[in-house]
Every structure is written in C-alpha cells, then in structure tokens.
Ligand binder design. Structure first.
Ligand code: UGA
Length: 435
C-alpha cells in the first residue's frame, strides 16, 4: 500500500517506520523543515529502542521517505494517516487546531478517493468534524472516507508494541475504506476489531483512563497499606493473580505522568461533560494521582525535617524508564518541589538529561553524569524513575559514597529487607519503612 503519515512526532514516526517495515511505501510528512532535514540525514529526533534501526533499514530499501509537502503525501498515497499533536487546553479539553489545519490542507490537494485516518488521540466525534471540514474545503466533489485507528503504543517499547499489538481497532463507517485499512494491517498477527468511528475514538480514551484508574486504585491502596502496616506489593500480587484483574499497571509509585495519561484523563472528563454525561469517577483518579506525590514529599520532609540546604540525590527524571521523555514527568515535579524547599539537588537520569536542559526544567539542580556522582556526599537519595540501571547498581558503593544512607524509593524498585541489611534507612511506597 502507498501510505502518507502527516506528523512525524512520536506516533507518526514510529507508525511510519513500522508500516514501511512490513513492506508498505510510506511518506512521512512534517511541517518542521529542520526535523525533516535531520530525518532525511538519518538523525532520529527521539530516543526509542529499535526505532533508529527500523528507520535506517527502510530508508535504505526506499520504502520510507520524509517531506514537508502535504500535497506530495496526498498525491502519492491511498491512505493518509493524521498523527499530529492534540495538546491539552487549560480547561482539560483538547486543542484540535492542528487536526483541523491538516484536514483543510488535505482537502485543498485532494483530487481522487483517499482514506483519511485519524491516528492522533482525539475526543469522540472528532472524525465527524474532520469529514465535515474536508467536505467544506475540497475544491471539487471528490470522494473520501474518514476512519479512526487509535494507537496503543507505549513510549519506551513503541516499536515492539506497534509490531505486536494486542488488537487493532478500525473505526469505519465505510466498507470501501475498511477493505483498504485491512490491507494495511494484513501483515500483522493481531485481532482486528471493527467498529464505527465514534466507538473507536472512545476506545482510546476509555482504555487510557482505565489504566490510569488502575494505577490510582493501587496508589490509594498504598496509602491504606502505610496506615495499616500492610505491604502494597503483596496486595497487588494477591489481587493481580485474579485473571479478571491482572497484575500489570498495579505498580504503586509516585503517580502516573507522561504526555498521555494526564492529558487523556482530563480530555475524557471534558468531553463527557460537554456531552452531558460527566465522568466524575475520573476526577477522583486525578486527585489520587496528585495526592500520591504530595504524600511522598511529606514523607521526605517528615524524615529530613528541614529541606533547606539538604543535599538530596534524585535518580530518574523521565516520566518512566527506557525513554528520554521528561514532559509531564512526576520526577520533574518532585525535583521542582525539592528545589522550592531550598534543597541542593543532584539529579541523574540515563537518558533524560538532554531533554531537561533543552526544555529548561529543574532550574537550579545539578545534573550529574552518573548515578554515583549524584549520590556523592548526599544526605538522602530519592528514586523517582525505575530505570534498570538503578537496579543493577552497586549498592555498597552507593552507601559508602553517601553522607547518610537514607533512601526514598518512589517506585518500590528495591527490596526493603536487602536495603536494611546493607545499612540503608529505607522508605518505599505502601510498604513498611525499615530503619
Ligand atoms: C500510555 C498507554 O500505556 C499506551 O497504551 C498508549 O498508547 C499511550 O499512553 C498513548 O496514549 O499514546 P505511555 O504514556 O507511553 O503509554 O506510558 P505507560 O507505560 O502507560 O506509563 C504511563 C505512566 O504510568 C508512567 O508515568 C508510569 O510510571 C506510570 N505507571 C505505569 C505507574 O505508575 N504504575 C504502573 O503500574 C504502570
């Protein structure tokens, strides 16, 4: 199939590369000329395991190319995916101006039948608006269909999620478009779920909100564990062993972050209210998520008493491991609050430092080059992101380098007993603190 992907951000680039890898011809379009030039030279703007290799392989095979021209993409493709950003507005609703602009741009160069696929995460009923816009802006009466095909990839394992999906959701009100979409996904071994456009759009928001709810559920339980002396890890194992519940996304911590869950939960609340069916349960999901970081910081303050001039090491800045993405990272919120209290913060992250500098975050924190440098002479260590590198670290050396071997484990990465045996004072989330 000949495919255009408009928007070469996270979702667009990974989708384009992976569709090329299953032998489709893909043109990735982006209006950022610098980004396109860099991609043409083989420079990948994001860190995502395996992505660089897939891009290079398919560019070499002439199945993947990059351009700034929407007209070129639309002229040469049967299917046009829209994968542009849908950022949040201050009231939580989604800013759909990029989607609307792309819809107009497509309309202006549309000459024959095309399938326009919404890949960006959008509120229910956006497909209807996209179709309306294209209809309004096309120069002649040209046929087209709008399809919703939400993406479920996670940052950090985006390539493998895309290549091995749990399911492929295609929301289409047209058999002609559906037949073409099925051809796109023929090479993938995954169940294809066909729905109407509105249901497909809703599936995406409902799935992300449910996962956020699962995290807030276990985080709320972690507070009860702390108050009662139970261990949230054992509770999560106990309830997660029930196949109807499942153990994944029941990891208690300092809360969920990133550019999807906070935004999508807020957007789902906003659209539910606009539709007159307010989803109030999700407000509680948000509240628990915020409380989780507040409780963690209180624990640090209760222990260290005054934070002003305290030397605190922070491990992890990205919103989760195996990514360089620091946007909406709870780890960044944590560092910001420690700095506000006057603490002297030395932070280290295996991949996130460059983006922290680029976005001018954590102003005033020293960004260390290694985990060991961060803990040198520290009066406490706070673990904010559960990178594998931290799991493999030599904890004896860490203890010896620290001024006071005190650890606040915001992701329950370490075993409390082992930490105690090594001489650390250990504080986790929802588990007995061992000193
Ligand atoms: C999420 C969804 O998992 C994807 O299915 C979806 O496609 C994507 O959003 C999207 O909408 O584009 P992502 O934001 O990349 O993916 O990351 P997750 O692995 O879901 O983690 C999100 C946050 O939840 C992280 O801050 C993570 O630390 C936190 N989390 C996750 C927990 O606190 N506990 C858990 O048990 C799992």
């Amino acid at each position: 199939m000949d495919i255009a992907i408009i928007g070469s951000g996270y979702v667009g680039l990974v989708t384009g590369a992976c569709l090329a890898d299953v032998r489709h011809n893909v043109i990735c379009v982006d209006n950022d000329q610098r980004k396109v030039e860099r991609l043409q030279k083989g420079v990948i703007p994001i860190y995502e395991p395996g992505l660089e290799e897939v891009v290079h392989r398919n560019v070499s095979a002439n199945r993947l190319r990059f351009t700034t021209s929407t007209a070129e993409g639309v002229a040469n493709s049967q299917i046009i995916f829209i994968a542009v950003p849908t950022p949040p507005q201050p009231d939580g609703s989604v800013d759909l101006t990029y989607i609307e602009k792309v819809a107009r741009e497509i309309a202006e160069v549309l000459k024959e039948y095309r399938v326009i696929v919404d890949k960006s995460t959008v509120p229910v009923k956006t497909g209807e608006k996209v179709a309306e816009t294209i209809r309004r802006y096309t120069k002649s009466a040209v046929e087209f269909d709008v399809v919703s095909n939400p993406e479920f990839l996670r940052e950090g394992c985006a390539v493998s999620d895309l290549m091995n999906p749990d399911r492929i959701v295609i929301g289409s009100n047209s058999d002609r478009a559906l037949a073409l979409m099925k051809k796109v996904y023929e090479p993938f071994i995954a169940p294809i779920m066909v729905t109407d456009v509105n249901s497909a759009e809703l599936i995406k928001h409902a799935a992300n909100s449910f996962l956020a709810l699962k995290i807030s559920y276990i985080n709320a339980i972690s507070a009860i564990c702390e108050a009662s002396g139970a261990d949230v890890e054992r509770v999560a194992d106990g309830i997660g062993a029930d196949k109807r519940i499942g153990r994944s996304f029941l990891n208690a911590g300092i809360g969920y972050g990133g550019s999807c869950f906070p935004k999508d939960v807020a957007a789902f609340i906003a659209i539910s209210e606009q539709l007159g069916a307010p989803f109030t349960l999700l407000r509680e999901v948000q509240r628990v998520n915020q409380t989780q970081l507040d409780r963690f910081i209180k624990k640090i303050k209760d222990t260290l008493w005054v934070l002003k001039d305290k030397r605190i090491a922070v491990w992890g800045l990205t919103f989760k491991p195996d990514t360089d993405d620091v946007r909406n990272s709870v780890a960044i919120d944590l560092v910001t609050q420690l700095l506000k209290e006057g603490a002297i913060v030395r932070a280290y992250d295996p991949k996130g430092v460059e983006k922290v500098e680029e976005l001018k975050l954590c102003h005033g924190a020293h960004l260390a080059k290694s985990a060991m440098e961060a803990v040198e002479n520290a009066e406490a260590l706070v673990l904010a992101t559960e990178w594998g590198e931290f799991e493999r670290v030599d904890l004896v050396q860490v203890r010896d380098r620290m001024h006071t071997p005190l650890i606040f484990d915001g992701r329950n990465l370490f075993d409390p007993k082992t930490m105690k045996e090594l001489g650390f004072t250990y504080f986790g989330i929802g588990r007995a603190d061992l000193h």
